[in-house]
Every structure is written in C-alpha cells, then in structure tokens.
Design a protein around this ligand. Structure first.
Ligand code: C2E
Ligand code: MG
Ligand code: MG
Length: 693
C-alpha cells in the first residue's frame, strides 16, 4: 500500500488552531472531527515537538519551508509521527496534506488482510481450530465446531474448555493440555509428550466422540498466553481401526476369536489372577471327534458349514439357559481346524466348569443337518474337553494350554467326555514325550518285532497270517501298536516303519513258505501315511523281489477310515498296486467303523472285507449279530471274501459259519504269536489237517 493513500487534509490558521480536519485525520488521531476543530494543533503534539513546531510554523508563514514533521499524540497517548505538506496557503490559513509516517494504517490494513486470509483458511478446514488462554477459556473457535461438536462457535466463546469434554475426564485432559502451554514442540519428545493427544469429546447432545487434539506452541508474553489446538473427529478412523482389529483377532469362518485373541484374553485373565484377588477361572480345550472324517468324505464346504454350526451352538449354549452361567461370546475361540477353547473368566468352583462342559457335549453331540444340503442329514460329531483351572493348573499361558491339552487327550480316550487336569496327566504327557524320543531310535536299535496271527477257513485250516507289529521297549516291555503307531504317524515315522514291516513280514513269509507252507498268504497292515507315499508301489515291488515272493501271497490291509481320508488318492494307489503286482490282494480292515457304505467301497479294487472285531465280539447282542449278518450278505452279493476279526469263542465261530462267513481270525484259533511260536502252530495245524482228512 502506498504512502499516498494514507493522506488526509488538515487546515490550521496562523495561530496554529485547527480549522478543518477531515475524517482520515480524526481517525488517525483517534478523535472525532468536532473534537479536533477549534483545538490547538500544539495540544496534539508531544512536549518536545511543541517548540520546534512554533518555529517551523513561522517559516511556513514566510514561505521558507513547505513541509512540517510532527510527533503527534494519539487519543490513546501513543506517539504518531506525521508529515504535513502545504497544499494551499491564504493569508490566515494553511491547508496541509497529511502523511502518516508510522504507516500504522497501512499495517492495520495489511493486518486485516492477513486476518482475512487466516480466517479463510480456518473456515475452510473440517477440523476444529480452537484457541484457549491460560485460564483455559476459549478465545477463538472456527465454525467447523458446528459440524464436529454440534454447537455454534458463539456459544463457546469465553466459555471454559470444559464445555466440550465429558465432566469425568476433564481434569485429566486439562492437566495434560496444561503441559503444552509451557513446553514447546522442540522439547516435547524429551518430556515424553507427543504433539497430539487422543481424547473423548462431548457433543452438544451429550454423545461422546473420539478426537485427536494437535497442539501448537503457545504464544504471548509472560502469563498471558494463547494455545492453539486443532481438534479432529477420529470416529471413522477408530471405526476402521476396530474393523481391522476385528479382522486380525477373529476367525473368518466362525467369527469367533482366533488364536491371537485367545492368547490376549488368557493373558488378561492371568493378569487379574493375583494371589490377593482370590479369583479363579477355567480354560476348556475342545477337540471335535470325527470332524476330519466328515471333512474328508463329505468335502470342505460341508465341513465348514458344520464348523459354523458348532460355533453357533457353542455361543448359544453359553449364553442362554440358566442365568447363572452367562458368558461373553468373545470368550469362545477357534484355535485350530476343529479345536476350540472356552475361557470362563470367573468361576466360583470347578463345578461351574463341568456344568459348561456337560452342556457343550450335550449340544455338540446333537445331530447336524446342513442348510442347502437337505440330502445330508443327521451328521454326528463327538467332542472331547480338557479343563485346566486357573490359577491352580498353571500361572502362564504355556502351562495352562499344555495341561488343558493333556486333559483333553485323556477325555478323548473315553470319547464325548470331559476331564479336569491332574498332575498325573503330566506324567502321561511326559511318558508320551519319552516315547517320542524312544521311537526314533527303536528302528535302528531293532526294537520292533512282528507277531503273527493266523486266519483260518471254515474248517479251521490256516490260510493266511496277519503280521502285527510290537515294540519291545527296554523299559515298558512289549508294547501293542496302539501305544506307538499314532505317535509314529504324528512324527512322520510311519513310512520307514511301514517299509520295515513289509520287508520283515516278507522275509518271514519266505521262511515259512520254504519250511513247507508254500501257499501261505501274508497280510500286512498299511497305514494311512503309507498310502500317501508316492513310491509305495515301487517299494512293494522291491521287497517282493528281494524276498522272492509271488504277489498273490501278499495281502495289504487298509482300514476303511484310512481309505476315507482321501478316497480318490486311495483308489488310484490301490489300482496302481494291483496293476503292477498282479495277483496281490487288498482287504478293507476294520470294516463297519468308518462312515462309508459297502456299496461305495466296492468301487475300489478290493478283494476281502474284514468285519471289525467290535461287532463280532458283541454278537451275543442281537442287533450286532444282525449287523454282522447284513455285512456278510452284502459282501457276498458284491463278490467279496469275508473275514471276521476278533473271533474269541466257539459260539461266535459257529454263528459266523452259519451266516456263511469265509474266514476267521481271533483268539479262538490263536493269539498273535512270535515267529517261532507261529511256526510251531503251523506244524501242529498241518498235522491236525492230515489227521482229520
Ligand atoms: P487290526 O489290523 O484290525 O488287527 C487286529 C487286532 O485285533 C490286533 O490287535 C489283534 O491282536 C487283535 N485281535 C485279534 N484277535 C482278537 C480277539 O479275538 N479278541 C480281541 N479282543 N482282539 C483280537 P493289535 O495287534 O493290538 O493291533 C491293533 C491294530 O494296530 C491293528 O488292528 C492294526 O490296525 C494296527 N497294526 C498292527 N500292526 C501294524 C503294522 O505293522 N502296521 C500298521 N500300519 N498298523 C498295524
Ligand atoms: Mg489288520
Ligand atoms: Mg482290524
């Protein structure tokens, strides 16, 4: 802005009295025109300026000079330097153009411009810009406050900052904000202050919203300071954060908390379990029985639907029912494929946990039907639950999980039941650990052995023999396969072990055959993981060749459930083995315990069906007897040879024979025997056969 534009006109007479003063002059000096006119110009000058002025006025009169420099006094008593230039001169009055040498008005209008500019900025942001003085009174707030907090700016001006916060939180916020008055941004980090704080703000209607407050540096002199705060509504960001957190901590399929969420919740519960608190809690570890089979045989889609249904049932069974046991849905977690945990954060005694466990078993064992799959009805699942009490059974996550897991294993042995953890289970888990260590060395230390159990025809003549593995354990003595085969499977040792069995059985068969039983057939059990083995067919070929065995003297026993673990691959493997080793036979073992139908299994190139011993041993019950008869009849019509396992008594033998069963295996004829004992049995059997013929 140029100097000229600050002009005003002032007319005085030769005595120095003001005759005329336009509005600019009166504005400049802070008086009204009426106040100025008639007053002596000297009365508006500083003391030191008065004398020189009188002198200079005389020189103006004489025309010696045209310009005056005056230090005038503003109405508010500050000094304002002016330059007066003569523009008109008559005999007794002089008219001057007046220039404000302080450029005060220029600065004021510049200031106005800057203010406008900042206003514009301040009004175009969606964040609230607010200034408070050091008494925490609001001295400025922009209009964004209306949309953020639902209140007009005028309503807030001069109010205490408290007005925009919940009462219960304000003193805490005030304390924090106060620090920003005294500590500038350069020193904040060293004092542990961030440039923003998060807080809850209160809207006009009382609703609370999360906000982020950024603090500027306070400005001012001494105690009179102003702090500028920018307040941003972060509800949306918080919502997005919550969504992200939800996704990170929840299982997509069932919407239950996931493993991480479980760890977090368990830690929280543990932290609350101080010895003084006297509180106790319980951890229930659930494992579904039979889920894998359903998933493998009916497909993942149905498996998923069932898991979802389980989650829903779990939620319902914890929430409704008697009022006493109402737990938060969030306390149920899916921690693995078919594994769930339930955290009961407060229980008054262990009985509480068992009530929940019973209810869970009751609910989950009800048959499932899957929506959209009307043809698949009444699917049944089992569930085993291990319970660890907190803090009794552990004060840290690892111990609690390990103990609940050990209890779950024990529950699994009984099926559809729950067990509380006991110290003795730790011993079992320890034993399992020791067994795991031992099993690795057992192969190289030749601790495995095969026992042989004969299979006889309707006349009692030995036709084949099943090789059954034993572990001659240095400490525990002779261990049956169910003590170590599941372990070996878990530890991925079943393939080498299975190959060893095949090889040892064929070597022994060769010996039996060469001792005068050339038609004897050796039955060898094949584990699920062996069936997965790509080179199983080749391995069998090598072993047969090495021991000079004709494939028709080898029979592979594959359990029904292991076929169902991967039906298509099992079919391919069986087909390949049978086409590569002509004459080899395949038996379905433990038939009746899986979920398959016999008609389905005949799509596999199998020759023998072994009825599971659980049916045979219970044949005195008429429903079991009927099942056995039905299996035999169906087997016949499908052209299969039928073997009954677990034949223990003469009655069972006779009844099975009456039904037309072809072959018999069980204690009635002989227990599994060592190689030499079996050799003797063969001899005796041959003698008896000769005698009876
Ligand atoms: P499996 O193949 O069904 O074998 C028959 C099981 O029934 C054997 O148990 C046998 O001792 C038992 N048994 C035979 N007759 C009777 C009887 O009259 N009454 C009763 N109560 N039981 C009888 P074992 O030897 O304990 O084997 C259990 C299972 O372990 C076998 O069932 C088989 O599935 C598996 N197994 C055994 N040896 C091997 C092996 O070398 N490899 C694989 N993969 N599995 C094996
Ligand atoms: Mg078998
Ligand atoms: Mg069997």
């Amino acid at each position: 802005m140029s100097k000229k534009s600050g002009n005003g006109t002032l007319t005085i007479n030769n005595a120095g009295t003001i005759l005329e003063a336009d509005e600019s002059i009166s504005g400049l000096l802070g008086y009204t025109g009426a106040q100025l006119v008639g007053s002596a110009l000297t009365s508006h000058l500083t003391d030191t300026c008065r004398k020189p002025f009188e002198h200079e006025l005389a020189r103006i009169v004489t025309g010696e000079i045209q310009t005056l420099h005056l230090n005038t006094l503003h109405a508010k008593s500050f000094v304002l330097p002016l330059e007066l230039t003569l523009v008109q001169k008559t005999e007794d009055h002089f008219q001057f153009d007046v220039f404000d040498l302080s450029r005060r008005s220029d600065l004021e209008s510049e200031l106005d411009q800057v203010r406008d500019h900042y206003m514009l900025l301040s009004e175009s942001t969606t964040d609230v810009i607010l200034q408070i003085d050091n008494h925490f009174n609001i001295v400025y707030v922009n209009s964004a406050v209306t949309s953020v907090l639902g209140v007009k700016p005028e309503r807030l001006l001069h109010e205490s900052l408290e007005i925009i916060f919940p009462k219960s939180q304000y003193s805490r916020y005030r304390e924090r904000i106060y620090k920003y008055f005294v500590i500038d941004d350069i020193h904040r980090s060293t004092k542990g202050l961030g440039n923003v704080i998060e807080a809850l703000a209160r809207k006009a209607g009382g609703e609370l919203i999360p906000v982020e407050i950024s603090m500027g540096n306070s400005r001012g002199i001494g105690d009179d300071r102003i702090l500028t705060c920018i307040i941003r509504d972060i509800s949306l960001r918080k919502k997005a954060d919550r969504r992200l957190r939800y996704l990170a901590f929840h299982d997509k399929l069932t919407s239950l908390g996931n493993r991480d969420r479980f760890a977090e919740s368990l830690t929280r519960v543990l932290n609350e379990m101080t010895p003084e608190s006297g509180k106790s809690a319980a951890l229930l570890y659930l494992d579904l029985d039979g889920f894998k089979k359903i998933n493998d045989s009916l497909g993942h889609e149905i498996g998923d639907a069932i898991l979802k249904a389980c989650a829903k049932r779990l939620g319902n069974c914890l929430r409704d029912g008697d009022q006493v046991y109402r737990f938060d849905f969030e306390e149920i977690f899916r921690v693995g494929g078919d594994e769930f945990t339930i955290l009961l954060p407060y229980i008054s005694n262990p009985e509480d946990a068992s009530i929940v466990a019973k209810r869970v078993i009751d609910t989950l064992t009800q048959p499932f039907s899957v929506e959209g799959w009307e043809s698949i009805k009444n699917i049944r699942l089992g569930v085993s639950i291990g319970i660890a009490l907190i803090p009794r059974d552990g004060r840290d996550r690892t111990a609690l999980l390990r103990n609940a897991d050990a209890a779950m294993y024990r529950a699994k042995e009984r099926g559809n039941s729950y067990e509380f953890f006991t110290e003795e289970m730790n011993d079992m888990a320890m034993e399992r650990l020791l067994m795991e260590e031992g099993i690795r060395q057992a192969l190289s230390w030749n601790q495995f052995e095969l026992y042989y159990q004969p299979v006889v025809d309707a006349n009692g003549k030995i036709c084949s023999v099943e090789a059954l593995i034993r572990w001659n354990h240095p400490k525990h003595g002779i261990l049956p396969p169910d003590r170590f085969i599941p372990l070996a499977e878990d530890m991925d040792l079943m393939k080498p072990l299975g190959t060893w069995v095949l090889s040892a059985a064929c070597r022994e068969l060769h010996a039996f055959q060469s001792r005068g039983y050339p038609e004897l057939v050796m039955c060898v059990n094949i584990a699920p993981s062996q069936l997965e083995q790509r080179d199983l067919c080749e391995t069998i070929g090598n072993i047969l060749a090495r021991h000079n065995i004709n494939p028709r003297h080898l029979r592979l026993e594959i359990t029904e459930s292991s076929i169902m673990e991967n039906p298509e691959r099992s079919r391919q493997r069986i087909d390949l083995i049978k086409s590569m080793h002509e004459g080899i036979t395949v038996a379905i073992d433990d038939f009746g315990t899986g979920y398959s139908s016999l008609a389905y299994l005949t799509r596999y190139a199998v020759d023998y069906l072994k009825i599971d011993k659980s049916f045979v041993m219970q044949m005195h019950k008429s429903e079991n007897s009927k099942v056995v008869k039905t299996i035999i009849d169906l087997g016949f019509s499908l052209g299969l040879e039928i073997v009954a396992e677990g034949v223990e008594t003469a009655e069972q033998f006779a009844e099975l024979r009456r039904y037309g069963c072809h072959y018999f295996q069980g204690y009635y004829k002989a227990m599994p025997l060592s190689s030499s004992a079996f050799d003797k049995l063969l001899e005796r059997d041959a003698r008896e056969q000769v005698q009876s013929s």
